[in-house]
Design a protein around this ligand. Structure first.
Ligand SMILES: [Zn+2]
Length: 62
């Protein structure tokens, strides 16, 4: 993961990937930025995380 700086417009919320550094993981479902408690990983690949609502996506991902 890179440490590139992300510039934000004034008043904008931090990007999910920035908040993820503090809270752990966020859902990988497109458009969903919930905290993800369910991790899925294929061998030799980075794990992907989904929230409770989208954990079925992760089961398809495997
Ligand atoms: Zn989700």
């Amino acid at each position: 993961m890179s440490d590139e700086l992300i510039k934000l417009a004034e008043g904008m919320a931090p990007a999910p990937r920035d908040r993820a550094r503090i809270l752990g993981h966020f859902c990988a479902h497109e458009g969903c930025a919930k905290h993800a408690g369910f991790g899925f990983a294929r061998p030799r690949q980075q794990s992907t995380w989904f929230c409770f609502d989208h954990k079925a996506d992760g089961e398809q991902y495997l």
